[in-house]
Design a protein around this ligand. Sequence first.
Ligand code: UDP
Length: 316
Amino acid sequence: MRILVTGGAGFIGSHLARRLVREDHEVTILDDFSSGRRDVIVHPSVSFVEGDVRDAEVVERIVGDMDFVFHLAAVVGVRRTLRQPWDTITTSTVGTVNVLRAVLRKGCGCVVASSSSMYGKNVHVPLAEEDDVVLGNTHLGAWTYSYAKAAEEVLCRAAWQDFDQPVKVVRLFNVVGPGQGEHLGMVLPRFVGQALRGEPLVVYGDGGQTRTFMDVEDAIEGILHVWRQGDWGAAYNVGGTEEVRIVDLAHRVVAQLASSSPVEMLPFQLAYGRDYEETMRRKPDLRRLRALGYRPRYTLDQMIRRLADDQKEGGL
Ligand code: UDP
């Protein structure tokens, strides 16, 4: 198939593109290279188009040649979404409208990447697909990304409902793995980098907040399971199994990498500014995904090891 991956130069998109090429598909990547890199994949079956998903003409032109679309392009990273709220919300809303319109015109299908952030501060454990979205005030920058992802999902549901559009949504939970740089600020690559350099691991807040990490290889498996067997019009959690407190994660990284780094605490407000509000728990209910035959393979310790090996080799 000829497949478009928007955001395909980014961390998750590039792993997906590599996997699709291994399965003999022709992959086109649309990326503005704001956080992704052109040299993440060099392969004769992969071509790059530099462009913005907010540009309807570009999206329309590329999708016209495609058999399927994976729409991953988004502004990511807590600091970036706090600094660039306009880009965050318009890339998700305008970008997703453009992709859905072009896909509808072309008559092909589409998988759209959402995020566990769309559940907001709902601390129900585990979070099931039909659980409530609980977002903070629109005036707080902390929630811009969550609103952006929730809007993408509402657009997908509306397109499915009003136009019978073949679209499915994956809600990704804290994906980590090789090729994930520290520059976007995600906690695990940062902790691993800090531990390897012997610097303090900086835990935000009291570290009692939890996350459930998933290796990017498992994320790709989950996305492909949904692509092949998921219901059109449905959303699927794609995530890991081990819920961990961030302070425990820091100590685990230090122990596993035999690092001499101390673990330090930093109040959220000093880390992210006054506009920030933390999500205290996040663990997915995976029953819907497991029903498609999906089984996550990597343990948290293996994820830490893979990130450390990747950083020692200088990353991608
Ligand atoms: N975090 C931290 N130190 C860091 C970066 C993040 O303690 O250097 C915390 C952050 O406050 C959050 C968790 O780690 O509680 C996960 O942060 P990340 O940005 O990776 O993902 P998200 O908050 O979007 O789930």
